[in-house]
Design a protein around this ligand. Structure first.
Ligand code: HEC
Length: 252
């Protein structure tokens, strides 16, 4: 009995796939899926080359495909196949968006800051650093309010793409980022942190994060090149003012 060409093709491809899968299934030593995918690509190309060596064999191999596309009586199957194919491809592509997003292991969302930080040509002692604008809150409320407003302008020029126009962490880019941008609203981010901590995070960004904040790369930019020192303090003041949070006092 002669096996039809298209079936031969499927059998050969399946057998090779089975062989590549065997070490994983039988010995518990799987070949990485990406490697199998690459091998299978070459196998399919090689088998196609062999099976299309002559005109007759090509004709025989593609007869079912040709029938599906051309035969008027196969209209229903044709429509079904042409709907299922793109849907399957879409589903597989969608699956890729999920992998890689997962975080391996634990990640510290608010890692411990260094004791000292260098920026703007000087050293900052983060354990004693206070927001220079804070004293204005009592001494000159009008001036304080002006600084908050300028901080708002800094925020909406630089930060809202990621952290959201409502400071809820859901900016336009947020969905594409791992780890996601943090919200400032609510009581569990900046309300738990001191202003010197925010100063460090904003000035040094994701690049300056210690190991414990890994393994994913944070997209939080380092702002020391783009914002002046006073602009950083202003935006910090804005974050607390807008969300109605109070900074955590130093050393507690
Ligand atoms: C490209 C996107 C992006 C932009 C723009 C951005 N951030 Fe971030 N930011 C992040 C991400 C992602 C995180 C969370 C990961 C991390 O902690 O590094 C974060 C974290 C932070 C944190 C730490 C909060 C905490 O609770 O520990 C602060 C503070 C912060 N951002 C402030 C700002 C300010 C202020 C600006 C504008 C000057 C800004 N960010 C602009 C992406 C961004």
């Amino acid at each position: 009995m002669k096996i039809p060409k298209p079936l031969q093709f499927i059998i050969v491809v399946l057998v090779v796939y089975g062989l590549l899968k065997a070490p994983g299934l039988l010995l518990g030593k799987p070949i990485p899926q990406s490697v199998i995918f690459m091998y299978m690509l070459f196998v399919v190309i090689a088998v196609l080359l062999v099976m299309t060596a002559t005109d007759e064999s090509t004709e025989e191999l593609f007869a079912p495909v040709r029938a599906l596309v051309e035969d008027p009586s196969k209209r229903l199957i044709r429509n079904v196949v042409f709907i299922i194919l793109p849907l399957t491809a879409g589903y597989i592509a969608y699956g890729f968006t999920k992998t890689g997003g997962g975080q391996a292991g634990l990640r510290s969302v608010h890692p411990a800051p260094p004791l000292e930080m260098r920026a703007y040509g000087k050293a900052f002692d983060l354990s004693t650093l206070v927001n220079p604008l804070r004293r204005l809150e009592k001494e000159d409320p009008a001036e304080f309010k002006r600084n908050v407003e300028e901080g708002g302008a800094v925020y909406f020029r630089n930060c809202f793409f990621c952290h959201g126009d409502k400071l809820d962490g859901i900016g336009h880019y947020a969905h594409a980022l791992t780890p996601p941008p943090l919200p400032f609203k609510g009581r569990d981010t900046i309300a738990q942190l001191s202003e010197s901590y925010l100063f460090w995070r904003i000035v040094k960004g994701g690049v300056g994060l210690p190991q414990e904040a890994g393994p994913a790369e944070s997209s939080m930019p380092a702002w020391e090149e783009d914002l002046r020192e006073d602009e950083v303090w202003k935006v910090i003041t804005f974050l607390y003012d807008y969300t109605g949070n109070r900074p955590r006092p130093l050393g507690r």
